[in-house]
Write a protein that binds this ligand. Structure first.
Ligand code: BDR
Ligand code: CA
Length: 315
C-alpha cells in the first residue's frame, strides 16, 4: 500500500482525513505532522492523537510542528471547528503522547526512509504549509526526495477565508509559495485539491445515523459526530468530508479531473493576499512568452470531482 504522511491542523475535516488514512488498507500511514491552523497547536496535537487512538492506530508517530505561520500571527478557525477544534464531542483525552521529534525532523526522517526503501513518500498537507516550507528550507535534499505532494488549499474560482483566499493558503501564503517554488525546482509533482472540489463529497444526516449505529465509541461513531456537527453548524442536512477528499483521490484518482496549470500565490495585494492565481489561459505555443515566470510552477489542479463516489469511498 501507498506510503503516506499527513500534515494536519485537526480540525473536523482533518479528523475525517485521518480516519480514512489510518483505516484504509490501501494507505500505509507512516506519520502525521501537526501545525497550528484551525486550532492552536496543542489542541491540534491532542485532537490528532485522539483520532488515531480511536482508530487503534496509536502506533503512528505524531510530530508537533509550527505553532505560527512564517510571517504572521496565527488566526484560528474555532468558530467553524468548535472550541476544541474538533466538534466539541467531549471524548476522553488521549493517553498516547506525541513523538519527541519536531514535525520537521519527523517529516525529514519519514521522507528519507521511504526514499531509501524505493517507494517515495506521498506528503499530504491538509493545513497551512508552514512545516513543509520549513522542510524545504532546512533540508532541501530531503524535500527533493518526496515522491508527490497532494495538498488541500487554494482554489481556482472559489474562496472562503476572505473574498479572495482559501484558509490554508491565507494562513501562511509565504509557506505555500516556498513549497510551490521548491517543488518546481526539485521536480516534485504537486496536486492541488482546492475549494473548487472540496465541498462536493458530502455525507448526509441519514448516513450519519447509519454510521453511528456501527460502533459505540469507535471510528464510525466519531465520523458520525464530526459530520453531524458540521451539518448543524452550516444548517444543512449534509456536510463535506473536506480534507478527507484529498486522501480519497490517492485511492481513487479517476474520481477527480485535474488540469496541469501554472499556480502562483498572491503575497501582497490590498484584498487578495493568499489567493492562488491559477492561470487558465491557453498557453499553447506561447510558453516562451512568460515575462513574470508565472508558468514555472506547474500544478495538477483539481477542477472537477465525482462527489458521491468519493463520499462512498470514505463511508
Ligand atoms: C481548509 O481549512 C480548514 O478549515 C479545513 O480543515 C481545510 O483544510 C479549508 O479551507
Ligand atoms: Ca485542515
Amino acid at each position: 500500500s501507498l506510503p503516506v504522511l499527513l500534515d494536519v491542523d485537526t480540525g473536523v475535516d482533518d479528523a475525517c482525513a485521518l480516519l480514512l488514512a489510518a483505516l484504509h488498507p490501501g494507505i500505509d500511514l507512516r506519520a502525521v505532522t501537526c501545525v497550528g491552523g484551525n486550532a492552536p497547536l496543542p489542541d491540534v496535537v491532542r485532537n490528532t492523537l485522539t483520532v488515531l487512538e480511536v482508530c487503534g492506530r496509536a502506533d503512528v508517530p505524531v510530530g508537533a510542528g509550527a505553532s505560527h505561520p512564517l510571517l504572521e500571527r496565527p488566526v484560528d478557525a474555532r468558530h467553524v471547528h468548535g472550541d476544541d477544534g474538533m466538534a466539541d464531542l467531549g471524548w476522553a483525552p488521549p493517553t498516547s503522547k506525541p513523538d519527541q521529534r519536531h514535525a520537521v525532523d519527523l517529516l525529514r526522517q519519514t521522507v528519507d526512509e521511504a526514499h531509501a526503501h524505493g517507494t517515495p513518500l506521498t506528503v499530504v498537507p491538509l493545513a497551512p504549509m508552514t512545516n513543509i516550507a520549513l522542510l524545504a528550507r532546512m533540508y532541501p535534499e530531503s524535500f527533493a526526495r518526496i515522491g508527490r505532494i497532494v495538498f488541500m488549499g487554494g482554489g481556482a474560482m472559489v474562496s472562503n477565508a476572505t473574498a479572495a483566499a482559501e484558509f490554508n493558503v491565507f494562513h501562511d501564503p509565504e509557506a505555500t509559495a516556498v513549497v510551490l517554488d521548491a517543488s518546481a525546482d526539485h521536480g516534485v509533482p504537486v496536486t492541488m485539491y482546492g475549494l473548487d472540489v472540496f465541498y462536493e463529497p458530502r455525507i448526509t444526516l441519514s448516513q450519519c445515523d447509519e454510521l453511528a449505529a456501527l460502533d459505540e465509541r469507535g471510528p464510525a461513531a466519531l465520523a458520525a459526530g464530526l459530520m453531524r456537527f458540521m451539518s448543524h453548524r452550516f444548517e444543512s442536512d449534509s456536510a463535506t468530508i473536506g480534507d478527507a477528499g484529498a486522501v480519497a483521490i490517492l485511492l481513487d484518482p479517476d474520481a477527480v479531473q485535474t488540469q496541469r496549470l501554472p499556480v502562483r500565490v498572491e503575497l501582497s495585494g490590498t484584498w487578495t493576499r493568499g489567493r492562488t492565481i491559477v492561470d487558465t489561459r491557453d498557453w499553447s505555443g506561447d510558453m516562451d512568452h512568460d515575462p513574470h515566470g508565472l508558468a514555472e510552477a506547474q500544478v495538477d489542479v483539481a477542477l472537477e470531482i465525482d462527489g458521491p463516489r468519493v463520499a462512498a469511498l470514505w463511508l
